[in-house]
Structures are given as C-alpha cells and as structure tokens.
Design a protein around this ligand. Structure first.
Ligand SMILES: Cc1cc2nc3c(=O)[nH]c(=O)nc-3n(C[C@H](O)[C@H](O)[C@H](O)COP(=O)(O)O)c2cc1C
Length: 341
C-alpha cells in the first residue's frame, strides 16, 4: 500500500510532514543538504538574533575608537560600517545559499529585540528569498513591574508589525509560558499569521558548584517532551481557524511521535534533537516509522489522519485538560500497587 505524505503548512505544499526545526544543523549548507536528501518537507534555518548584531556593532565601534586614540593613520585599515560584513549579512548570505541548493521550502527565523529590528530583518529575509518566516519569541518574563497583559500586548504589536511588513507566510514560535495560553494563541491568530509553532524549549541554566557560575545547559529532548505540544495542539486545533497551520516542536524522535503530532491536529512535526543526536539521515527513519504505522493502521494519507484525535474528536475530551489530574494520580497509585504485589 502506498501512502500520501503530502501536507500543507503556512500555505506551502510540502512533500512530507517531517520538518527540520531551527538548529546549527540547518545553518550549515552540508547538513541542510543531507536533511533535504533524507526527505524533510521543509527546513527552518537557525534564528538570526538581533542581539548578536547589536553586540557586534558595539565591539566594532570600540575597535574603531581604540584605533583613533592610538594611531590615527591606522583607521584606514579598519573596515567602515558600510563595508563591514556582519552577522546580519552573513545570515542573509547563508539563507540565499541554502535556498539555492534546496528542493524544499526554506523558512528563515528571526529573534529581534527592538520593533525596528523585527521589521527590518523580516523584510531583508523576504528579499533574500525565504519561502516563509518564523518569528521566534524567546524571552523570560522576569521583570517584576511588567504585567502579563503588557508583555502580551508587546508581543502582539511586534507580530502585527512583522505581518504588515512582509507578504511571505509568517509563523510564530511561542513558549508555553503565557498565563492564559488558549486566549493568547487566539489573539496571535487574529493578527493574520499563517501558523503557530508549539513550543519553543527554554534552556534552563545550571549552577556549577565549584565556581558558582551559572552555566548554560542545552539538553536534547526525549519523546516524553512531546506531551506538552501534544496536549496544546489537541486543545487548540478545534478552537483556532481551520486555515491556521500548527507545527509541533519538542520531543519528535520516532515515527510514532510524528503520528501523535498529526493525530492531535499538527500539520507538521518538527525535529531538532533527534537530528543532532542521530544525524540528518534520521529524517528517513522518522518517515519509515510514520509510513509503517500508517500502513499497519490502514491510513492512506496524512490529511486523513490529521486531527483524528484532537479534543473534539476523542472519546474523552476532558483527558486533554487538568480535570483529569486526579485520575492521573490515581492511575499512578494503582500501577505502583500492582508493581509492589
Ligand atoms: C542546539 C540548539 C539550537 C537551537 N537553535 C534555535 C534557534 O536558533 N531558533 C529557534 O527558534 N529554535 C532553536 N532551537 C530549538 C529547536 O528548533 C526546537 O524547537 C527545540 O529544540 C525542540 O525540538 P526538539 O525536541 O526536536 O529538540 C535550538 C535547539 C537546539 C538543541
């Protein structure tokens, strides 16, 4: 039996629902080519961080000023701002090169810090040929004087500004840390974006007890991390407009994880950790697992599967929500009891 893996994401027709999410792998021409050859439906480039551009400009300014103090004539040897090839230009170059070599859509990704930065770089990415843009809202609400409502209003303002600037499809990658997630997701949808990517994983810093330094830790995910996007996509799919795409990211490691994401209503399943761990060729293993499951369960297409187990489609809709908390705890006690006897 042959199965049809095609899916539609952000208005783009993809050959497969397995998408490589932003990571250093998608930011290298060689590994992006291997990901493409292994059958991914699309490639999301790593984010361009405006913060990096600003830091670089500050460093450059310092070098130029140091040069003027000491040797005026040495200034001639420093590049001017205009001729300086910075982080932003290098990113746009990479985008053009990966776009030129790819047989699938290439989605650029942006994390800016200022409204001007969001708008400026979104436009440049569109001009450089991105098939779509993913805006990566990655920040921690750690300021005690800023309320949830203020932070959400800021996010909606910048999403609206980016939407108004570019005509290519736009996706927003969100974290789960919004106080009323369903309400916020629905307001993001009303800005006219084409899709939501759920969820950004926040990397938790650790403490080195010898030096008392706070050290960044990037841990790869495991399949269990899929449960958070699974629950939310299941809940949101019936609530959000049917034309709004949903991407699951976090914990996609096996073909059956892709199946779960599609069943709750995702249009694509994105993966980073599995490719970092097992290499770009792992896309093929994910596809093999997906196809095997579909054949065994007599599904002939991804569109036939999609949303079959969203909140309104399952026998027990409350299972997606917290009302099931007590049952979950009781089921654990029952399991423990059985193991002990
Ligand atoms: C090393 C590394 C780098 C990443 N860089 C980015 C990035 O630049 N932009 C972004 O939106 N997400 C980035 N991510 C997040 C991934 O795109 C993905 O959403 C997340 O890792 C969850 O998926 P996973 O469980 O398959 O790893 C990165 C993840 C890792 C592990």
């Amino acid at each position: 039996m042959s199965v049809d893996l095609q899916t539609r994401y952000l208005g783009l027709d993809l050959r497969s629902p397995i998408v490589a999410s932003a990571s250093p792998l998608t930011g290298s021409e060689d590994s992006a080519r291997l990901i493409d050859e292994a059958g991914a439906g699309a490639i999301v480039l790593p984010s361009l961080f405006e913060e990096e551009i600003l830091n670089e400009e500050i460093q450059l300014n310092r070098s130029l000023e140091a040069g003027t103090d000491q040797f005026a004539e040495a200034l001639a040897y420093f590049p001017t701002f205009e001729s300086f090839i910075g982080v932003g230009d290098r990113y746009l170059d990479l985008l053009r090169r990966i776009k030129a070599q790819s047989s699938v859509p290439v989605i650029a990704s942006l994390n800016a810090t200022t409204l001007g930065g969001w708008v400026r770089y979104a436009k440049l990415m569109q001009e450089a040929g991105a098939d779509a843009l993913e805006v990566n809202l990655y920040r921690l609400a750690a300021d005690p004087v800023r309320t949830a409502a203020e932070l959400e209003a800021t996010d909606l303002e910048l999403i609206g500004a980016v939407r108004a600037t570019i005509s290519i499809p736009l996706a927003v990658k969100l974290s789960p840390y919004y106080t009323a997630f369903a309400g916020f997701a629905s307001r993001v949808a009303s800005t006219g974006v084409d899709g939501l990517v759920l969820f950004n994983r926040f990397y938790q810093p650790d403490l080195d007890l010898e030096t008392l330094d706070v050290v960044p830790r990037v841990d790869l995910s495991v399949s269990a991390d899929l449960r958070l996007p699974l629950r939310w996509i299941g809940i949101l799919r019936p609530q959000l407009p049917a034309g709004l795409s949903l991407a699951a990211t976090s914990g996609i490691h096996a073909g059956t994880d892709v199946v779960k994401a599609l069943m709750v209503g995702a249009d694509v399943a994105m993966t980073t950790s599995s490719l970092l761990r097992d290499g770009p060729g792992h896309v093929r293993a994910l596809e093999t697992g997906l196809v095997a499951w579909m054949e065994e369960h007599e599904y002939t297409s991804v569109s036939q599967m999609r949303g079959s187990a969203n909140q309104t489609a399952v026998a027990d809709p409350s299972a997606f929500e917290r009302v099931n908390y007590l049952n979950t705890l009781h089921s654990w006690t029952a399991r423990e009891g059985a193991a002990a006897s």
